[in-house]
Design a protein around this ligand. Structure first.
Ligand code: PMV
Length: 350
């Protein structure tokens, strides 16, 4: 009997959307109400590291250790494991010389080097790493776009973390989700000067999970219907064009408007959901002030389902943007310790 331990390790990046995914048209398959577009951040500061291993010597069932703690496998994780296993089983059935890894229990050990579930896209990097680690372990020949179909079912935004650079998740129209996939709009080298500053306003777990926030928005906000039908289809095209042309002014305009439109929809639900707080709003004013002083848009803020602020800027504006944030926030109360040591991740994109 084969008693080997098979093993694969990967790291996955965080991605931060500039046109937000918010809303599921099919919660079971994690199909979105709209397409979205994101920038993948450098792995040097925010990343998930995941090791997947399997062996006939492991006692069943499959296990998951997240940041040193043993975790229950939730339904989303079980779905990803099931799909990956069946892809491996298919390979094994067509090639009898392959070891029967699909029959072995799996051990997944994963760690984030940033706060989990604080609106810092931990689920995106987490599920991308999980799917990619197991795909490596199983030596699946599938492309990142094909794997995005699996990662999407773990966490929607995770499908975009399989690519670097500028990534679209095309929402698709089919009921089975076969056309709901991530594609690269441009590689990181296309616009290498793009940088992101991350302001950790709070490292606490978020108040309303994205799944329940989306459900509440879909069922109670009328403004959201306008977002899905009229706003996003228009700005997806505009954002792709801004990326193609490396037009930062346009990129910034759309990014900030889309973040505000998404948070306005959250506010429009019953009861209202507040992800941004006073410190988030101070960051918005700071970006507005920086742009006003520069006489053009050199910085763009965006917020996910939490109070933390991501500011995109171009390398050449580093002094105006990152420098101003650091100078003004360095010693200021409210931006130190728990509530917002202005953690800075000004990095070249991977
Ligand atoms: O991937 P989820 O289910 O955690 O949802 C992410 C939603 C946002 O981060 C708010 C937007 C996005 O497109 O990433």
């Amino acid at each position: 009997e084969d008693k080997s331990i098979y093993c694969a390790s990967v790291t996955a990046p965080v991605n931060i959307a500039v046109v937000k995914y918010w809303g599921k048209r099919d919660p079971k398959l994690n199909l979105p109400t709209n397409s979205s577009l994101s920038v993948t951040l450098s792995q040097s500061d925010l990343r998930t590291h995941t090791t997947a291993s399997c062996s006939s010597t492991y006692p069943p069932p499959d296990t998951l250790i997240l940041n040193g703690q043993s975790e229950e496998l939730n339904n989303r994780t079980l779905t990803c494991l099931k799909l990956l296993r069946s892809m491996r089983a298919e390979l094994e059935s067509s090639d009898a010389t392959l070891p029967k890894l699909s029959q072995h229990p799996l051990k997944v050990v994963t760690a984030n080097n940033f706060p989990t579930a604080a609106g810092l896209a931990s689920s995106a990097a987490g599920f991308a790493a999980l799917v990619y680690a197991i795909a490596q372990l199983y030596q699946l020949p599938h492309s990142p776009t094909e794997l995005s179909r699996i990662a999407r079912q773990g966490s929607g935004s995770a499908c975009r973390s399989l690519f670097g650079g500028y990534v679209a998740w095309e929402g698709g129209e089919k009921a089975d989700g076969s056309d709901s996939l991530a594609v690269q709009v441009a590689p990181p080298s296309h616009w290498p000067g793009m940088r992101a500053l991350i302001l950790v306003v709070s490292a606490a777990k978020k108040g309303v999970s994205s799944t329940s926030g989306m459900q509440q928005t879909c069922t109670t906000s009328a403004l959201f219907q306008h977002r899905v039908k009229d706003v996003v289809p228009r700005v997806m095209g505009q954002m792709k064009e801004a990326v193609e042309k490396k037009d930062f002014d346009k990129f910034a305009e759309i990014t900030m408007r889309d973040s505000n439109n998404f948070h306005a929809c959250c506010l429009d639900t019953t009861p209202p959901i507040f992800y941004m707080n006073d410190v988030s709003r101070a960051a918005v004013r700071m970006v507005e002030w920086i742009n006003e002083k520069a006489g053009r848009r050199v910085a763009a803020y965006t917020f996910d389902a939490g109070p933390n602020c991501v500011v995109y800027y171009e390398e050449g504006s580093g002094r105006e943007v990152a420098g101003t944030f650091k100078g003004l926030l360095g010693g200021a109360a409210g931006w130190d310790g728990e509530r917002g040591r202005a953690v800075e991740a000004a990095e070249e994109m991977a």
